[in-house]
Design a protein around this ligand. Structure first.
Ligand SMILES: O=C(O)C[C@H]1C=CC(=O)O1
Length: 94
């Protein structure tokens, strides 16, 4: 199942810079592991915003929720999820 996910990141200004860097490093490693195993298929920066659009390919709502909840930046994110279905005019099937 495919999901379009938007993540808006809002790290509090009073979080020590060193701690923020450590969380971002863990986030990057976690994200890249999921990209390598194919479940995090795309990640795009929203131009001009500390936000991304991502596409996940997972088995269920519960699997997606588990992956998102485990993001190191999860406590500092607003996340919106859009389930994707096949478009009848698409020439490529996913
Ligand atoms: O920078 C972001 O958009 C937030 C987050 C999502 C993956 C990652 O490495 O960082």
């Amino acid at each position: 199942m495919l999901y379009l996910v938007r993540m808006d990141v809002n790290i509090p200004h009073d979080l020590p810079a060193e701690q923020a860097q450590e969380i971002k490093a863990r986030e990057k490693a976690y994200s890249q592991d999921l990209q390598r195993d194919g479940r995090w298929q795309h990640i795009w920066r929203v131009a001009g915003e500390y936000a991304n659009y991502s596409v996940f390919d997972v088995e269920s709502n519960d699997e997606l929720h588990g992956l998102l909840q485990a993001l190191p930046l999860f406590p500092y994110m607003k996340i919106s999820v859009t389930p994707l279905a096949q478009h009848p005019s698409a020439i490529a099937q996913n």
